[in-house]
Design a protein around this ligand. Structure first.
Ligand code: GUN
Length: 300
């Protein structure tokens, strides 16, 4: 294994650039409709990673000068009450985007909740209307984490035409929509998952390898092609002997220190895909606000 310097992809810097690029469009929206874009965030229950993600999303929304409408509901909330809240937010003309943080408590049907969100306010892009538009190449609201991965890849590699992208993980939130986005960029895409045989035989052919399975440090150096571009979507909390159980350490789905020696480019955890996801959520909220109110903006 060579000991060359790994080229670490700075997701924080790119996400700051993306946020800055939204500011002129937010100003245009304020000028035209008399208020900034507004994002409603709903959190049900006390799942602690979700609380952190929601806090970060709300803080960033406010930092960029948009309106945050917060709904924190108890874990006992009935599905019907959550549906009623979504109906109310769909009707509210002062709300442009609606995000229900996942996972939801087990007694609530996630699919029904996602479907209840009006497609034009579905800033997560999870609704089947938006998923179908993505699959058929129509303009839509695109899921935030896959969009963040795509922007990191374009920034790092430029044109993706003809590159082989292998995605580890087939979730509706990341793996499947990311495959659609990369196909639209003319990449060749393979998805592998927990039932795939001889995974490393496939991943070693990847020019671009994206890990999105939620298994700490699953991807080792012998899974990758030398010089490949590695995007790590995983955020796993592990207990280490040095830090103890009160201070879990964050690691990705890739063994960063070992894989970085062999990769051409690699995203760190934290500071890679995570900040891009939040910036893409802000972007989607600006896009939703502009489309709903017939305002012309620069970003598409
Ligand atoms: N939980 C984990 N990732 C996401 C996301 O992108 N959106 C929502 N709403 N919940 C999540």
């Amino acid at each position: 294994m060579s000991l060359k310097e790994p080229k670490i992809i700075d997701g924080k810097a790119l996400s700051n650039e993306l946020v800055q690029s939204l500011i002129p469009d937010i100003k245009t929206i304020i000028d035209e409709i008399g208020r900034p874009p507004a994002l409603a965030v709903i959190l049900v229950g006390e799942d602690s990673p979700s609380q952190i993600y929601v806090r970060n999303k709300i803080n960033k929304t406010l930092e960029v000068g948009m309106i945050s409408v917060e709904h924190r509901l108890s874990s006992e909330t009935k599905e019907k009450s959550l549906l009623n809240l979504i109906v109310e937010l769909n009707k509210n003309s002062e709300v442009d985007g609606i995000l229900v943080q996942l996972p939801l408590p087990k007694h609530i049907n996630e699919h029904s909740i996602i479907q209840a969100i009006s497609p034009e306010k579905d800033v997560d892009g999870f609704n089947i209307i938006n998923a179908g538009k993505l699959a058929t190449g129509q303009s839509n609201l695109v899921p935030c984490t896959p969009l963040g991965c795509l922007l990191l890849l374009r920034h790092t590699l430029g044109d993706l035409t003809g590159l082989h992208a292998v995605i580890i993980g087939r979730s509706n939130i990341v793996g499947k929509p990311l495959a659609q986005l990369l196909l639209a960029e003319n990449a060749s895409v393979t998805i592998v998952h927990s039932k795939t045989k001889n995974i490393s035989q496939i991943t070693t052919q990847a020019d671009i390898l994206i890990a999105a399975v939620g298994q700490a440090e699953l991807v080792k150096p012998d899974w990758i092609k030398p010089g490949a571009c590695i995007i790590d979507v995983g955020i796993n909390r592990i207990i280490t002997a040095e830090k103890g159980k009160d201070k879990p350490q964050l690691v990705g789905d890739v063994n960063f220190s070992e894989v970085a020696q062999k990769a051409g480019f690699i995203t760190p955890v934290p500071g890679g895909v995570g900040p891009m996801t939040i910036s893409c959520l802000l972007r989607n909220t600006v896009v939703a606000a502009a489309r709903r109110n017939g305002v012309e903006i620069k970003i598409k």
